[in-house]
Design a protein around this ligand. Structure first.
Ligand code: AMP
Ligand code: MG
Length: 337
């Protein structure tokens, strides 16, 4: 059923300047017209699936918290793991992250290409907090794919882009895979043919004094070690803090969190959701989960202050994006190791 509906869309004439109004995915070849349209979609906070040399990515404006929340929603991710931010070149990447000698060496040798560098995030980067799940680091990559690079230039935004599949499923390497996976959740898919590398990027954390392999992938570890002139240890359990999602309690606020709170007790800050007269801050007065996800990390940090005894958090629905929000709140509330 989905397949035949997509076939129909492919036959529809493309009109430059037309907005995408239907909920149906549109697969378009990469042309100057489709790039203009895609760039406009990204700047409007909507998602565009696009090819890279590794796999197809589900891209959104990394400086727009709502767009980033929409990525998690579309993938049905049960938790907010940090996303890779894609840039057209090294100069743009340096505006978002701090490049030490290791980062410079690896970027010079492997970019554009299937290597992601985790670096300290610049405070003035203008990135959404959600894109690095509240961490002080950010994962950056310059893809080696003409279509991806053309989209990055057309959008004029850093693109947060995990693989364009539903959470827990294999990564898509053709435009049709993306359409089959994400269906109505993505309105525009740029078709650049099959991906040439077909596996994810290698991820190296160079934010500390020693490099660390967080994920093996398209750039061989041996080549990375040769470029750095040293061995690169593989992240283990002891490095869990640097490989997010592995610890129950990580980058939690200093204050205790009290979940499912109806109101604040004396001395507590109240983090609201939905209508709440007494909220110190409200994740979303209208009860919008995307807005709440976009605000989550910044608001937790803002309330983590000595004048409060704890942060009381109002109930948040456990459906859709609410699952990932509750996952993060539960882990922030977990007893500290
Ligand atoms: P995906 O977007 O699905 O290819 O996955 C991105 C991977 O990058 C995940 O395994 C993340 O844990 C990892 N990652 C992204 N940003 C960071 C970061 N700031 N620190 C450590 N790992 C990161
Ligand atoms: Mg993936």
């Amino acid at each position: 059923m989905t397949g035949s509906r997509q076939q129909v869309w492919r036959l529809l004439p493309f009109r430059p300047g037309s907005a995408i109004t239907s909920a149906m995915p549109r697969i378009l070849p990469i042309t100057s017209e489709s790039l203009v349209l895609a760039g406009r979609e990204i700047r409007a906070g909507r998602l565009v699936a696009f090819p890279t040399e590794t796999v197809y990515g589900l891209g959104g404006d990394a400086s727009n918290g709502i767009a980033v929340a929409t990525i998690f929603e579309a993938k049905g991710r049960p938790r907010f793991n940090p996303l890779i931010v894609h840039l057209p070149d090294r100069a743009t990447a340096r505006e978002l992250g701090e490049f030490n000698d290791m980062a410079e060496t690896l970027a010079a040798r492997f970019w554009p290409g299937p290597l992601t560098l985790v670096v300290a995030r610049r405070p003035d980067a203008g990135l959404a907090d959600l894109v690095s799940a509240g961490l002080g680091t950010v994962a950056l990559r310059v893809p080696a794919h003409d279509g991806a690079r053309a989209l990055l230039l057309a959008a004029d935004r850093p693109l947060a882009a995990p693989s364009a599949n539903r959470s827990g499923r294999v990564s898509p390497t053709t435009a049709q895979h993306v359409a089959d996976e994400l269906g109505d959740a993505v309105t525009l898919i740029l078709d650049g043919g099959p991906c040439t590398v077909g596996i994810e990027s290698t991820i190296i954390d160079v934010s500390g004094s020693t490099p660390l392999l967080l994920r093996p992938g398209g750039a061989p570890l041996e080549d990375i070690e040769a470029a750095l002139g040293r061995t690169v240890p593989i992240a283990g359990v002891a490095d869990a803090i640097r490989a997010p999602g592995m610890l129950e309690s990580h980058y939690a606020p200093g204050l205790p969190l009290r979940l499912e709170a109806r109101e604040a007790a004396a001395g507590e800050a109240l983090l609201g959701f939905g209508p709440a007269r007494d909220a110190t801050l409200n994740l979303s007065e209208s009860g919008d989960l995307r807005e709440a996800a976009a605000n989550l990390f910044a608001y937790l940090r803002a309330l983590d202050r000595p004048e409060f005894s704890a942060i009381a958090v109002m109930p948040i629905p456990k459906t859709g994006l609410g699952r990932a929000i509750n996952d993060r709140l539960r882990r922030a509330a977990a007893p500290r190791a």
